[in-house]
Design a protein around this ligand. Structure first.
Ligand code: 5GP
Ligand code: ZN
Length: 118
């Protein structure tokens, strides 16, 4: 299913909904989560809409690899010098709320993280 016409993250990519941008290139974008669960909490997404990790195929192989390889640099620049956590929620039982694939990056002092995690 492709729901990009009514997708909040597609609207962020298009600039129709404001966000606090962390990074952007031709294929991906990162922005701070509106309800952070840790001192550093941003989302990294492919610009091209795909509902979830379970909907990815060979067409998403390259961008998924680029996203994973970009995370450490973005995390370091965002202040996660002591480590970080990456999370991808997938489907209802995975706790996914926004159906545009996104990778959570969380960091900062662990005693300041909120539970439950995203
Ligand atoms: P999920 O549960 O789908 O993995 O996580 C969705 C995340 O998107 C949540 O952490 C939520 O706070 C964040 N979020 C939802 N709507 C917006 C928005 O309009 N702007 C931003 N920056 N984050 C959002
Ligand atoms: Zn979308």
């Amino acid at each position: 299913m492709n729901s990009q016409d009514n997708c909040i993250f597609c609207k962020i990519v298009a600039g129709q909904i404001p966000s606090r941008k962390v990074y952007e290139d031709d294929e991906m974008m990162a922005f701070h989560d509106i309800h952070p669960k840790a001192p550093v909490h941003f989302l990294l997404i492919p610009k091209s809409h795909v509902d979830s990790l379970a909907d990815c195929g060979p067409g998403e192989q390259a961008v998924l690899a680029k996203m994973m390889l970009k995370v450490p640099e973005l995390a370091r620049v965002a202040g996660c010098g002591n480590g970080f956590r990456t999370v991808i929620n997938t489907g209802p039982d995975g706790g996914q709320e926004v159906y545009h694939l996104h990778l959570h990056v969380l960091g900062g002092p662990r005693n300041q993280w909120k539970v439950p995690l995203p």
